[in-house]
Design a protein around this ligand. Structure first.
Ligand code: ADP
Ligand code: MG
Length: 662
């Protein structure tokens, strides 16, 4: 059996899918699941309308190809009947004479070529019977298989309203069997994918696109083809079926406001709306004449996807010509022969609805997407769902993902950009510190070299000038000169000592130390002028931390000396100790002159000093910086040198980890 009921008609070619959600948006029953950024058709929800195959610009949605089955029929010499849908003139409009098209089908291997339009003629009469019966319940047309599936799956309560009439395709199959015998294979050729899963009776269903592929494969074109007409029975007026309102036209009925109780709707939005209203507002008071596509001429099995008006015109022209040439007597004879076959069909409900999840679960998902207030529901449709609520329901049902929400994803991207900027800033600051360290290391190396070379001659100068000074009589002018030499040589020794200190590469020797006592001691070891008040304070509950005692003494005394030198007219030197999260903080503040903005950038640069010659070397802070870094700590400076901005002064804040981390 060639029918594909319960088979996957449409599938995704994963490599081609660019996850644009257009298929989700266009799927009338949301049978497309997005998981891990991949679109997947859910067989149990699909109604085979093929909308997704029409709208996918990447051709990532394909339908099952069954042409090989037909080639097999030909190879095994079976009698094969082509049952051509009445929409064929809209597909093969480039062939001037339709009889060439029939010739091509015969050349391909079809023994008989018949018009499904005749099936439509008899089906139209069946519909007429139902619609003319005033007392009978109103129906939903059932000749479009996607509509029949939709009702059975998604409005199972309306299954009994589906007109209990077979489609023109099945009607034609029964007619062919009656006329040409049952020992043959019927192949429906049309614009529809859903037809592949419509009936167990018809052997095969292929689309016009598939037929074109068969012509191409066998090299059959309209050139040098023997024209040939359709086999009996020839179709009549119902050949107009494939355009919207075609069936009403065939029945000589209309959906005019005052004339009939028939509502016509086609296309994925309107057919759903009509069915919904049929049940609710219309209360089944009108017949529904429905097509899933905008007429069969817009079916997914047509090669060209647009041009609805040109296609309509092709059908009209074909039917007009056909009716002009129709042998009406012959048609009537055939019609009477077949009009009393059984054209009935029963539909059974097959509920595929998913129970709507609990509202609090949906609300939870909406909150995750940042949709808390009513105004957060943008309902932009970018995800493929009409509303944010529907999207959230689909997420709970496992059909969609949060990332499909464009505003949510944009927000997330913004946050990532912010985080990245932050990391960038941190990186830039780390780079700066690295540069500073590198500069210091270079300076250190240079200084160490110079200092080392200078130390010995300086020692000799100091020693001999000292001896000479002691030997010279105090009142001689040489004594004064020698005194100056000794003084300046001492100064040189100090500078060289500082350089050696600064350049010292030795590792830190961390020792557990009582920080409170240690800091007290640092203050005791400097000379504090009388006009300076010392304000010592500690918040530490655990005074112990690991420091290199010698180096840390240099850190504290250097900062304290700087502070005192910044307060020539007196002031307060505050020393504050505190602790937090395994760190120890030293805050050493003065009420001195402060540091100007332009100098603040330079104070850690070796030899930068604002002090007069002989007073400053500019090596204190670079030394401090190096030691603090070796302790895995940080130095920060807060300062104000502008009285109009408040009291002037400077605070050096040093934070180091309490435990050894080096
Ligand atoms: P020096 O003390 O030899 O000048 P430092 O490296 O210790 O070298 O300090 C560099 C410069 O930083 C000082 O000359 C001074 O301009 C400035 N400075 C340091 N500490 C203070 C402070 N507490 N108040 C004002 N200026 C300061
Ligand atoms: Mg100093």
């Amino acid at each position: 059996m060639g029918n594909l009921i319960n088979n996957e008609l449409v599938y995704t070619v994963k490599d081609r899918c660019r996850v644009c959600y257009t298929c989700v948006r266009e799927c009338p029953v949301k049978a497309i699941k997005i998981i891990n950024g991949q679109a997947e058709v859910i067989l149990s929800r699909c109604i085979g309308c093929g909308n997704c195959t029409k709208v996918c610009s990447q051709q990532a949605k394909q339908y099952i190809d069954t042409t090989k089955n037909i080639f097999q029929y030909f190879e095994s010499k079976q009698t094969v009947v082509a049952m051509v849908a009445p929409s064929f003139p809209a597909e093969f409009s480039e062939i001037d004479d339709y009889r060439l098209f029939i010739g091509m089908l015969r050349k391909l291997g079809f023994r008989y070529v018949v018009e499904v339009g005749f099936g439509a003629d008899v089906v139209a009469r069946e519909y007429e019977k139902v619609m003319d019966d005033e007392d009978a319940e109103k129906t939903i047309s059932s000749d479009c298989p996607a509509i029949a599936y939709y009702v059975r799956h998604y409005h199972p309560e309306l299954t009994d309203s589906l007109a209990p009439i077979v489609s023109p395709m099945v009607a034609m199959h029964r007619i062919v069997n009656k006329k040409y015998g049952e020992d043959l294979k019927t192949v429906f050729i049309g614009p529809c994918i859903a037809k592949k899963a419509e009936s167990k009776e018809v052997d095969q269903v292929i689309t016009f696109s598939e037929l074109r592929a068969m012509f191409e494969k066998t090299g059959i074109t309209a050139n040098q083809i023997e024209p040939s007409d359709f086999d009996a029975p020839k179709a009549g007026r119902a050949s107009i079926f494939p355009i919207t309102r075609g069936k009403l036209n065939a029945m000589k009925k209309s959906d005019h406001i005052c004339d009939e109780n028939i509502i016509v709707a086609s296309g994925r939005i309107h057919f759903k709306e009509a069915i919904k209203e049929f049940a609710e507002d219309l209360n089944k008071s009108q017949h529904l004449e429905l097509l899933c596509c905008e007429g069969c001429i817009m079916g997914p099995g047509m090669t060209s996807k647009g041009k609805i008006f040109s296609k309509t015109a092709s059908i009209r022209n074909y039917v007009r010509l056909k009716l002009q040439n129709l042998d009406r007597e012959e048609w009537k004879k055939e019609f009477d022969t077949f009009k009393d076959l059984d054209y009935s069909q029963q539909f059974v409900p097959s509920d595929r609805r998913i129970e709507t999840p609990a509202i609090d679960i949906i609300t939870g998902v909406l909150e995750k997407m940042g949709k808390i207030q009513a105004e957060d529901h943008l309902n932009c449709g970018a995800c493929g769902y009409d509303t944010c609520f529907e999207h959230a329901v689909a997420i709970v049902e496992g059909l969609a993902e949060i990332e499909m929400c464009l505003p949510y994803t944009i927000e997330k991207l913004h946050n990532s950009v912010k985080d990245l900027n932050l990391s960038n800033e941190k990186l830039a600051s780390a780079q700066m510190s690295l540069k500073q360290s590198e500069k210091l290391a270079n300076m250190g190396q240079l200084s160490a070299g110079i200092a080392h070379e200078l130390n010995n001659p300086l020692g000799i100068i100091t020693m001999y000038s000292g001896i000479l000074k002691d030997e010279a009589p105090v009142d001689s002018p040489i004594h004064k000169d020698l005194e100056l030499i000794v003084e300046q040589a001492d100064r040189c020794k100090k500078i060289v000592g500082g350089l050696l200190n600064f350049a010292r590469k030795n590792q830190v020797k961390l020792v557990e130390t009582n920080i409170i006592t240690f800091t007290h001691h640092s203050i005791d070891s400097i000379i504090v002028p009388e006009n300076i008040k010392i304000d010592f304070h500690s918040d530490m509950t655990n005074p112990f931390a690991f420091i290199d005692n010698d180096q840390w003494m240099q850190v504290l005394t250097n900062i304290e000396k700087n502070a005192i030198e910044a307060m020539p007219d007196g002031g307060t030197l505050s020393v504050n100790l505190s602790e937090s999260d395994g760190d120890v903080e030293f805050a050493i503040a003065d009420t001195g002159v402060g540091i100007s903005k332009e100098n603040l950038d330079k104070i850690f640069t070796p030899f930068f000093t604002t002090k007069p010659i002989g007073k400053g070397t500019g090596l204190g802070l670079p030394l401090i910086y190096g030691i603090v870094k070796k302790h895995n700590g940080q130095v920060n400076v807060e300062t104000n040198d502008d009285l109009s901005q408040g009291p002037t002064g400077t605070c050096f804040r040093i934070v180091i980890p309490r435990q050894r981390k080096v």
